[in-house]
Design a protein around this ligand. Sequence first.
Ligand SMILES: Nc1ncnc2c1ncn2[C@@H]1O[C@H](COP(=O)(O)OP(=O)(O)OP(=O)(O)O)[C@@H](O)[C@H]1O
Ligand SMILES: O=P(O)(O)OC[C@H]1O[C@H](OP(=O)(O)OP(=O)(O)O)[C@H](O)[C@@H]1O
Ligand SMILES: O=C(O)c1cccnc1
Ligand SMILES: [Mg+2]
Length: 557
Amino acid sequence: MTEVLSKTVKMNAENEIARITNEDWKNQAHLQNRIVQPLLTDLYEITMAYAYWKSGKTKDFAIFDLFFRQNPFQGEFTIFAGLEECLKFLQNFHYSDSDIKYLKQTLPSSIEAEFFVFLRQLTVKDVTIYAIQEGSVVFPRVPLMRVEGPLIIVQLLETTLLTLVNYASLMATNAARYRMAAGDNVRLLEFGLRRAQGPDGGLSASKYSYVGGFDGTSNVLAGKMYNIPVNGTHAHAYITSFNDFNELQTKVLIDRNTGQERDLLVLALEWRSKLATIMGSMASEASDGELAALISFAIAFPDGFMALVDTYDVKRSGMLNFCAVALSLNDLGYRAVGIRIDSGDLAYLSRKARETFNNIARTYSIPWFEQLTIVASNDINEETILSLNEQNHKIDCFGIGTHLVTCQRQPALGCVYKLVEINGLPRIKLSQDVGKMTMPGRKGHALIDIMMRSVEPAPEVGEKVLCRHPFQESKRTYVIPTKVEPLYKIYWKDGKVCGPLPSLEEIRDRVRNSLNTLRQDHKRNLNPTPFKVSVSADLYSFIHDLWLQNAPIGELS
Ligand SMILES: Nc1ncnc2c1ncn2[C@@H]1O[C@H](COP(=O)(O)OP(=O)(O)OP(=O)(O)O)[C@@H](O)[C@H]1O
Ligand SMILES: O=P(O)(O)OC[C@H]1O[C@H](OP(=O)(O)OP(=O)(O)O)[C@H](O)[C@@H]1O
Ligand SMILES: O=C(O)c1cccnc1
Ligand SMILES: [Mg+2]
């Protein structure tokens, strides 16, 4: 079934892929959306850079952690995405002459000319980035990336890294949630470009919905840029552009069995009369304009015939016309692909459509008719999918736009970028709410759900480790690890990306695999169990000592 739908666009997809060789692909892989550049940032990063520079902080060495404080969508997990784009940003990082010219015009005239020379020469060769692998399941307050390097430079990276990670991770998480709701046997297509937050939002949505587990996108540029499958059907306009049979410029199709031309209209009208009886409807009720449209589409794509059936009436018109054309195609040796339903009760209509297909398969001994694909679209979201599941829907594929790409249920992930160490000294940003406290210092080794200080030795397999709740003193537990895996890898050092990066497919596989390792109760839609991220005893004391040192002592009078 999954193969069948993709036939609709196989013609396109194969042509595209044939034109983009693997070599081309490799050569293009370093290219990035050209709007991602050093000036894609907040002004305050640059004004701070000047003030740091002016106060002689050019040699200061800083560490920033990039993390979020709360999982999105009232869930208890998040998918980390956007790392590769961050690395591409670093790869191309430099201020151009025109950037400098613009900054000179824009910043106050009091800024010393030397600063612009400094900016022009700035590189990211002294920056080091540690990160969790892209596509991993991550949790609040655990740093997704740690950025080390000269203070001014790592400060200048803040906004761009955040914009590259925030939406990507939100989108991948949203898509992964839709995938979990739909299950593994249903295809998911992203149809959101027209509703996305602008062209770049649309491209990112297509890319990260694929990462999160969608099977393809209708967005052709995303297909070309990221080498992801493109797919699609047709719009109501195609159906309504035909009024009657006279508009059919060509009605003939070559019979695959005989090589002879056959009149598809004549065949389809014969089938429509026959089918009306077994489908319990009247051929006269079905729209002739719709039939003309479907015939013309079938002639254009005889191996990829997919029909939008809800323009007039699914049961009285669309299904009858579709089946008539599909059976005519079958007479000529072609297999239709399926239907799309874009309004009405999607559970009910899909069940009715499947019944009709099964009935025809039995009546005319055409077993593959049972396998015809039923695509559903129209304002679908996670809840709709869960509800349709309960109604025993017979949908094979969801086409999803608005809710997916706009992340309507939660439009932003709150990733932040906080200074945790400066010149070897840990830094803490105090907050009234301990839950929002920045974890200070380097957090090196990680044991599934424990964060430790980098100066601590890694836990050993089989040796008891004390895991503490980061803020609540009494919450502690011993764990004997059976496997210890460092969470962080070095991705950027000495001005270069370290090691080969995973392909988009591999990142997508990691999403699936890491979600599979997460307990079901953390993933359920309603009131999921929070996943506990603990800290080692040493990190606990370190955070709390520092916190006490920095917290002012009040005085009651
Ligand atoms: N069986 C179902 N159970 C739950 N939700 C459904 C079911 N069928 C459709 N929906 C959802 O209900 C909503 C129906 O919206 P609405 O009534 O605006 O659509 P419509 O009138 O059928 O079509 P349109 O206005 O787009 O032509 C959509 O969000 C759709 O995804
Ligand atoms: O519903 P979404 O999840 O956003 O999915 C994409 C929608 O885009 C198309 O509709 P179009 O924009 O042509 O208008 P329509 O809603 O009137 O069908 C398509 O028919 C879907 O309904
Ligand atoms: O191909 C489709 O069916 C499609 C594409 C974008 C939006 N709605 C539908
Ligand atoms: Mg719609």
